[in-house]
Design a protein around this ligand. Structure first.
Ligand code: UD1
Length: 441
């Protein structure tokens, strides 16, 4: 895909209402899960984002039938029939575009008893091993799951057969938890996952699997129990939960522009780690049943705070870059401790170009509050880093060009239209280095 940029004129407070789309991370797991159905299903509230299109392509390459249509409000509706799947191999180039392609291991093991996958891609923030996934598959009776079995970057697992097992994770991994739920759904006997991850999208994937005919209990707690079943009849409709990270990004965008925005179609309890920090900083956070309003009290100083990312219900690492922008726009010194990923501060030099004052000590960023950002030409180093640069650019004085904005579109449905409807001035330009060229012109 040809790279493109976002051009943003900052300094305009965001005002009004915005709707949150379906969860990226939930739908990627759900799409993989749907490959095991012995029938059809309809998925609603699917976000129209590039990662979803990559996953649809991967499923079609396996032979699955997926009809895509658009609902009136812009989300996708997918009619899925995987009964035409004719291969257990997901080894095309597209696999390396997204991290979540690894869910096809669990799903294909469940459906075909065999699965071949090229090692998955995704955002680059340090080592992203899949050892926990492979150890669990091995414990469940899959052969080929040792590191030395990877040949030419491809791993091939064979269920001999797949049996339920007790699986313990040293680290509460989102991906490994979902992958084991997928495989265990069709394994013989019972599986227990101990120290499971508890993120909202894990609950959504488990709910979807149960709607397919699976027997899963405990998703959302640290112990998940799965009774394997031989057949998954399907023939149902399912609506994906709202995206926690998109909602948090709009909360932060509203806050740093001094705006007043009500965010709709979201789940306020998923936002508690962020809402609590924002209240502590001095923002007005008003919760409804499925809305949150973010604004500033008059004449209240916004003060800095300390944040540490950790698995749910802790502060989400996927909101870390956006939250650093929030901390930049507060009084005093704040601390951000990245406790999930090894190397997730790669975007900070880009924020520094916009006037941020941040020092990094290993996994801790010390942030000194500034009055505001200034426009610059910057690069989106990954999806959420790009979202953070959008937040900074919306608050900044002057124009910002965010290059490689296609990375942002991996996870944000209609971000340009949504922000413009709130009063922002943002457009997409094919011109990668538009800033320098405009300055010269
Ligand atoms: C998912 C999300 C990603 C988010 C992350 C943490 C998707 C598609 N991606 O990624 O956006 O940042 O959760 O909330 O849903 N680990 C191992 N071995 C493994 C697996 C993980 O050591 O086999 C470690 C990782 O290096 C990391 C930690 O566990 O330090 C968490 O990773 P994990 O929860 O698995 O992240 P992903 O599922 O890849």
């Amino acid at each position: 895909m040809k790279p493109y940029s976002y051009r943003i004129e900052g300094g305009k407070p965001l005002k009004g209402d915005v709707n949150i789309s379906g969860s990226k991370n939930a739908v990627l797991g759900v799409l993989a899960a749907s490959m095991m159905i012995d029938g059809e299903c309809t998925l609603e509230n699917v976000p129209d984002i590039s990662d979803v299109h990559v996953m649809i392509d991967l499923c079609r390459l396996l032979g699955a039938r997926i009809d895509v249509s658009t609902a009136p409000e812009g989300s996708l509706v997918l009619k899925i029939d995987p009964r035409s799947i004719n291969t257990y191999k997901a080894t095309g180039r597209a696999v390396s575009k997204i991290r979540a392609s690894y869910y096809l291991l669990g799903a294909l093991l469940g459906r075909c008893g065999k699965a071949s996958l090229s090692m998955p891609g995704g955002c680059n923030f340090g080592q992203r091993p899949i050892d926990l996934h492979l150890k669990a598959f091995k414990a469940m009776g899959a052969s080929g799951a040792s590191p030395e079995d990877v040949v030419g970057g491809i791993i091939t697992l064979t269920a001999d057969p797949l049996r339920g097992a007790k699986v313990f994770f040293d680290i509460a991994s989102v991906g490994a938890t979902i992958n084991v739920m997928l495989a265990a759904t069709k394994a013989q006997g019972n599986t227990t996952i101990i120290n499971a991850a508890k993120e909202p999208h894990i609950v959504d994937v488990a709910n979807f699997l149960n709607a397919m005919g699976a027997r899963i209990k405990g998703a959302g707690t640290d112990t998940i129990k799965i009774k394997g079943v031989p057949v998954l009849p399907g023939n149902f409709s399912y609506s994906i939960i709202p995206d926690q990270i998109e909602a948090g990004t709009y909360m932060i965008a509203a806050a740093v522009t001094g705006g007043d925005v009500t965010i709709h179609n979201m789940i306020p309890t998923h936002m508690e780690p962020l809402s609590t920090k924002m209240r502590e900083m001095g923002y007005l956070i008003e919760e409804g049943d499925d809305t949150i309003r973010v604004a500033r009290y008059e004449n209240t100083k916004i003060t800095g705070t300390n944040i540490k990312t950790s698995p749910y219900p802790g502060f989400p690492t996927d909101l870390q870059p956006q939250a650093v922008v929030l901390l930049c726009m507060s009084k005093g010194i704040s601390k951000m401790h990245e406790n999930v990923w090894q190397n997730r501060f790669q975007y900070i030099p880009e924020l520094t170009k916009m006037g941020a004052s941040i020092n990094i000590f290993d996994r801790i960023a010390l942030i000194e509050g500034i009055e505001t950002f200034k426009g610059a030409s910057v690069n989106a180093t990954d999806l959420r880093a790009g979202a953070a640069l959008v937040c900074a650019a919306l608050a900044a004085n002057g124009w910002t060009y965010i290059n490689h904005a296609e990375k942002i579109d991996r996870g944000y449905e209609n971000i340009v239209q949504k922000l413009n409807s709130l009063g922002a001035s943002i457009c997409r330009t094919e011109d990668e280095n538009g800033f320098e060229q405009d300055m010269e012109a």
